[in-house]
Design a protein around this ligand. Structure first.
Ligand code: F0G
Length: 363
């Protein structure tokens, strides 16, 4: 049992991670996020399926990136790094800035100008990162980061840093630890493709040591306007309302295709409209508020259950009592533009009981 100063994913899964006594653990008690059973999604799938939502928005900086960042920053400090750098669509930069702050090292983040959700931008600033807005997209920012990191002045903490993948694989461990077996199907949004790569690594490793008897099929969803893996070619000008996955040339492309092929899974797309609808549905029906990119996994499942069985052999071929896990990757509060996007508007009333009763229709 870990002590109260030591509760993050490195402490919980130390023996499965490349750390040693020489690694100074930089943690914010990330991980151990809830795996929430969804009765409504289960009944949408039908048969005897059980659907669970892995709510990664409850990590310390509000996304799954904290799992990888505790590893990347701890190893950077171990190696004596004084500064880290990353390109980001917003969540990686939030996590990098927070963990760098905790480690007393500098952090530089390169972000596509005008395409970062306001909450994430605020995070980078408030945690003390040096923020550079690039007149270009994420793929261009990552290319610059690779160049800037080449001479060792900065430690790169994007998921091209293998320690990021190591940390993120702990989400699979948690799922198996909780279900006592691997799910039959795992659905998640795909952007730079580090996470699908990491989950697959985690599932495989846990099976190799006998913690699970089977492996899940891995099913990734990209936004329709940013779907290079689905189309099989780079998308020069990716677009989607889900800015977190607005990526046209994923760094872990190969990791994603390996996970999909080896697991017998798939990659597919959802439209912005389907994403927003799923975001709203998950909040209003299950009380789980996620950012648009995260809703891609829910949108994907909904798309599949609404299609004919022939169109979705992946679902059709699952066992009757299939266990399905959906990762929802980031917290909805990161993106405060949602009221405008969804067209929400409060009822308005004067501060007297008659007016309030009138707008509520209860007078
Ligand atoms: N969901 C959210 C909320 C994300 O922020 C990201 C990626 C993904 C899904 C996709 O994960 O890249 O491992 O396939 N965000 C990165 C960032 C690119 O910079 O924050 P992936």
């Amino acid at each position: 049992m870990s002590n109260r100063h030591d509760r993050g994913v490195i402490s919980r899964y130390r023996s499965y991670l490349p750390v040693s006594d020489a690694t100074p653990v930089v943690s914010l008690n990330e991980g151990s996020t809830p795996l929430i059973y969804s009765a409504k999604l289960s009944s949408l799938v039908g048969r005897e399926a059980e659907v669970y939502v892995k709510y990664e928005g409850l990590n310390p900086t509000g996304s799954f990136k904290d799992r990888g960042m505790t590893m990347a920053i701890s190893k950077a400090v171990e190696r004596g790094a004084k500064a880290v750098i990353c390109a980001s669509t917003g969540n990686t930069s939030a996590a990098a800035a927070a963990y760098a702050a905790r480690a007393n090292i500098a952090c530089v983040v390169l972000l596509p100008a005008g395409k970062i959700a306001a909450g994430k931008l605020l995070q980078a600033f408030i945690y003390g990162a040096k923020v550079v807005a690039i007149e270009g997209n994420f793929d261009e920012a990552l290319r610059l980061v690779r160049e800037l990191g080449a001479d060792g002045r900065f430690e790169i903490v994007n998921s091209i840093n293998p320690f990021r993948i190591e940390g993120q694989k702990t989400a699979s461990f948690e799922i198996i630890d909780e279900l006592d077996e691997a799910p039959d199907l795992h659905i998640l949004p795909v952007g730079n493709a580090g996470n699908i790569t990491a989950y697959w690594k985690g599932y495989r490793e846990y099976r190799e040591i006998g913690k699970a008897g089977t492996l899940p099929k891995m099913l990734g969803f990209q936004a329709a306007g940013s779907a290079p893996i689905f189309w099989g070619h780079v998308v020069e000008k990716p677009e989607t309302i889900a800015t977190a996955i607005r990526i046209g040339n994923p760094a872990s492309w190969e990791g994603a295709t390996t996970a999909i092929k080896e697991s017998g899974g798939g990659i597919d797309v959802v439209t912005d409209e389907e994403i927003l609808q799923a975001q709203r549905w998950l909040a209003a029906e299950e009380g789980i508020f996620v950012e648009p990119a995260s809703a891609a996994s829910v949108a994907g499942l909904m798309k599949y259950v609404s299609q004919s069985e022939e169109a979705t052999p992946l679902l059709k071929n699952l066992p009757l009592a299939a266990k399905i896990v959906l990762t929802v990757t980031g917290n909805g509060l990161k993106d405060p533009e949602a009221p405008t996007v969804h067209g929400f508007k409060a009822l308005e009333a004067a501060a007297d009981i008659q007016s309030v009763a009138r707008v509520l229709g209860v007078n």
